[in-house]
Write a protein that binds this ligand. Structure first.
Ligand code: ZN
Length: 373
């Protein structure tokens, strides 16, 4: 009779053992920093929801590639048990290396005597309300609805590949998760295909980005699970079903000039003193009384609609443009102008000519100048 043990009973000294476990993460093939070692990390859990990391190296990755499917159950015997390496994933005091000497057998659905494990329930996700309390560079897990997905971008001096997605919780508290490198490709293309359905993600070992306020970012050891079979995900899928029109409206508001922003919730009015601490990708509402600090300001300029030549006049009309020699309509363009704003009088909506952004720029600028704030 094989010696069945739960994960917590298995140590490097345990000689003969078998453990019934469920794969709860999609294994990701990785390369060591020097590029010499290929490895793959995944996580399994037992019937008591104790978890342990399993690692595969080199050729063993291909050997087990078809065998290891997320959320299937396996009987694993005599993997090599060791203390996690320093760059590993700190889930347990040990980790298992699956090599060619390890026996891995799938427990099939039709096995009535020894059935597969039920879907997992243990998640240590951080509620969105507490995200701001997370230190930058610490890793944590979230569960969220994906409401919009950007296209691939290359940023920074090293042209790092990334893709942004807007995620939110059931309190309609949104944030942006930036997925880097292979996450942008692999998971990003799934999101692009599925975003209209508002998929649920469990994103593990992500972090707060070090810029722009409350933004999230994948890391080297992150994992993104899309609609994994947790009961928590099922509940969120039901919430999506009940809130689809609202989510569709929100999703449309989060694309501005082909980049993603966080749309504003009408009932979330930001006090003027907090404007400067708002993330730069957040649209928001402020309330206040406006006044003009400088008399005689220009609010727009007029350009030739053909060639963009600017004219000093403020009367929109058809002219014969001296630059491009064509008859053209003078069309307005918003320019930066100054306003004072004081708390608690009325709500600003976006103005004509879509100058919302200018408003906010000028308000942030303005607040820092105003001694009463
Ligand atoms: Zn012109």
């Amino acid at each position: 009779m094989e010696h069945r043990l739960t994960i917590d009973r298995i140590t490097p000294q345990t000689k003969e053992w078998t453990s019934k476990v469920q794969l709860i993460e999609t294994p990701r093939p990785r390369k060591s920093k020097d590029g010499k070692t290929r490895f793959q990390i995944a996580v399994v859990r037992d019937e008591r929801e104790e978890q342990v990391v399993v690692v595969l190296y080199g050729e063993d990755i291909e050997k087990y590639a078809d065998k290891l499917t997320p959320f299937s159950t396996y009987l694993i015997s005599t993997a090599k048990v060791r203390v996690p390496l320093p760059y590993g994933v700190p889930i347990n005091r040990f980790e298992w290396v699956i090599d060619k000497f390890t026996v891995v057998e799938e427990v099939k659905d039709d096995n009535i005597q020894d059935p597969p494990l039920l879907p997992p329930t243990r998640l240590n996700t951080i509620p969105f309300a507490y995200l701001h309390e997370q230190q930058q560079n610490t890793e944590f897990d979230i569960i969220a609805v994906v409401v919009n997905c950007g296209s691939i971008k290359y940023v920074g001096a090293n042209n790092n590949k990334c893709r942004e997605v807007v995620v939110m919780d059931t309190n309609v508290r949104p944030t942006i998760l930036t997925m880097w490198e292979d996450f942008a490709d692999t998971d990003g293309s799934i999101f692009t295909a599925q975003v209209a359905e508002f998929p649920i993600i469990v994103a593990k070992r992500i972090t707060r980005a070090s810029y722009g306020g409350l933004l999230l970012s994948t890391r080297y050891n992150s994992v993104i699970l899309i609609n994994p079979p947790y009961p928590q995900v099922g509940r969120l899928l039901n919430w999506v079903k009940d809130n689809r029109p609202r989510l569709m409206r929100y999703s449309q508001q989060t694309t501005v000039d082909s980049s993603l922003v966080l749309a504003a919730e009408q009932n979330d009015i930001v006090p003027i003193v907090s404007i400067q601490s708002q993330p730069h990708i957040q649209l928001f509402y402020v309330e206040g009384k406006l006044s003009f600090p400088i008399a005689d300001q220009d609010f727009y300029e007029l350009l030739c609609s053909h060639c963009g030549q600017q004219y000093r006049t403020h009367s929109p009309k058809i002219i014969h443009c001296a630059s491009c020699k064509q008859r053209a309509m003078l069309t307005p363009r918003t320019i930066h102008y100054l306003l004072n704003m004081f708390e608690n009088v009325f709500l600003i909506n976006s103005s004509r000519y879509n100058c919302e952004k200018y408003f906010l720029e000028l308000l942030i600028h303005d607040c820092s100048l105003c001694p009463t704030l």
